[in-house]
Design a protein around this ligand. Structure first.
Ligand code: AMP
Length: 502
């Protein structure tokens, strides 16, 4: 077997040539052979635009079959794919363009003018191409397929840079190699027994590890069919369940399905496996699902920097509230402050090693050094505990992260924007439990007394102009002071309790 993801995918396209690789609710279908042909076309467009091995290609486009072809073409070409959340506003985009210094930026037709203006204002050398869900403008349709021959790619060459938000509000680019991605995919295919007989519901975004790596690679390396949804539309997904054998989702998908009285056992009769991850699955959802559908959701744990880390078992007990066991090839320790593994039953920092662990942060050796221990373990930033049978639970996040609807939000980034509003003295942003989103971003603000009043709605409207929608607080409360500890640190846990009571 190859240690190069691109070559492994090319083999798969040949081996399963006649099988359906991808099918959408609107009736689009592509066999593996057709996917290979499209990938060759997209690769030719990348070539034509002058992208060469090692160049970064930043992509902010709507999810469609075309966006998948583009990703696969980047892998094949040996350029480094840099997916950007479609919710990012131009003000946020600027940072990624300056940091990643892409040779190409591919955006939707609608975003072309603003992106060109941004590129000019930043003095960037990046070329702008457009790709819409219907394939518009990219030019692949009119390009001869050309050779699908891969660039010379080594296992340790970079495949993707995924930006993760930093606690200081600055994103870091996690560098993932072909080896990282392929090794993790092969482990998951084995762990979950994914095969050419599977049809996998794919309603996840593809700018994130879950949809981009886990679902795509598991399916495409095993000849399975992707039931490709542009987003999570409850009724469209419900209609597709009868064709599916596997569903991969974030907890929000499962709470939304359970909210439908027509989500029944009969509808799921062909499904052998429901997988959840990216955020904690509430025990309540886990149990409600089992009672209604008669199947047990398999919860797993992972992150951008390391792909998948732990999973409940395919065979054997899946334990609610836990993320199961470390995956094959992943060494995992729960460590104390002096970096020593501690006893089961005690919580500590989750640290990992393995082929899945990323190659470091893009142009940020200092941050990379900080996130690894002296003996080479990656600090995930999560707090975990093993039970006596070896099941791992995530009990907290060292990094104060909020996860809302499967998206990560770092409070600091929003606090900085709030604090810049005239009249605002200081602010604190926390996540509070929410039945649909898992956590809802919530802000509390202390005014400085120079202005008599600011409306909650006005604050939210302002934030919407400069932040992706999912980061914008659902509620904003005004308080006279923030709770602080003896060291002067804002006590986020107290803030969380206070707003939960409101
Ligand atoms: P991301 O890099 O966006 O995938 O976010 C990774 C973070 O999501 C992890 O470090 C965890 O804090 C959290 N996470 C992922 N899966 C789970 C899970 N099953 N339970 C609890 N937290 C999770």
């Amino acid at each position: 077997m190859h240690a190069n993801l691109s070559a492994a995918l090319a083999d798969s396209f040949q081996r399963y040539a006649e099988r359906i690789a991808l099918q959408t609710p609107t009736g689009e279908r592509f066999t593996y052979a057709q996917v290979a042909q499209q990938v060759a076309r997209y690769k030719a467009v990348l070539n034509g635009a002058g992208a060469i091995k090692g160049d970064r290609v930043a992509v902010q486009v709507e999810k469609s079959p075309r966006s998948l072809f583009l990703y696969l073409a980047c892998l094949r070409e040996g350029v480094v794919y840099v997916p950007l959340n479609t919710a990012y506003q131009p003000a946020e985009l600027g940072y990624f363009l300056q940091d990643a210094e892409p040779a190409l930026i591919i955006v939707s037709v609608e975003a072309e003018a603003s992106t060109r203006a941004l590129v000019t204002s930043l003095n960037s050398k990046a070329r702008v191409l457009t790709l819409s869900a219907d394939g518009g403008s990219f030019g692949a349709d009119s390009t001869a397929p050309g050779e699908i021959k891969a660039a010379d790619i080594e296992p340790d060459d970079l495949a993707v840079i995924i930006y993760t938000s930093g606690t200081t509000g600055r994103s870091k680019g996690a560098m993932l190699t072909h080896r990282n991605l392929l090794s993790n995919a092969l482990v998951l295919i084995e762990a979950w027994a994914i095969s050419a007989d599977d049809a996998i519901v794919h309603a996840l975004p593809i700018f994130h590890v879950h949809g981009l790596f886990v679902a795509n690679h598991c399916a495409l390396l095993s000849g399975a069919k992707l039931l490709w949804h542009a987003g999570f539309d409850t009724s469209a997904v419900m209609d597709d369940l009868q064709h599916a054998t596997v569903m991969m989702g974030v907890p929000t998908f499962y709470t939304r399905l359970l909210a439908q009285s027509t989500f029944t056992k009969a509808r799921c009769k062909n499904i052998r496996l429901f997988i959840s991850g990216s955020a904690p699955l509430l025990l309540e959802t886990f149990e409600q699902f089992r009672a209604r559908i008669g199947q047990t959701i398999l919860e797993r744990y992972g992150m951008s920097e390391a792909g998948m880390i732990a999973s409940n078992p395919l065979r054997g007990e899946r334990r609610g509230g836990t993320v199961g066991f470390p995956l094959a090839g992943v060494a995992l320790r729960v460590a104390d402050a002096s970096e020593h593994a501690i006893a089961d039953g005690e919580s500590g920092a989750i640290q990992i090693r393995g082929d899945n662990v990323f190659a470091g942060y893009w142009r940020n050796p200092e941050k990379t050094r900080e996130e690894f221990t002296d003996d080479g373990w990656f600090r995930t930033g999560d707090i975990g505990v093993f039970d006596a049978e070896g099941y791992l639970s995530i009990v907290g996040r060292a990094k104060d992260l909020i996860i809302t609807g499967g998206y990560n939000v770092y409070p600091k980034e929003i606090e900085l924007v709030l604090d810049a509003i005239p009249g605002v003295h200081e602010s604190a942003v926390v996540g509070v439990p929410h039945p649909d989103f898992g956590e809802a971003v919530t802000a509390v603000i202390v005014m400085d007394g120079t202005r008599s009043h600011v409306e909650e709605a006005a604050v939210i409207a302002h934030l919407k102009t400069c932040l992706a929608n999912y980061k914008v607080p659902k509620r904003v409360y005004f308080v006279t002071e923030l709770p602080r500890n003896a060291m002067g640190k804002v006590q986020k846990n107290v803030v969380r309790e206070q707003v939960s009571q409101r």
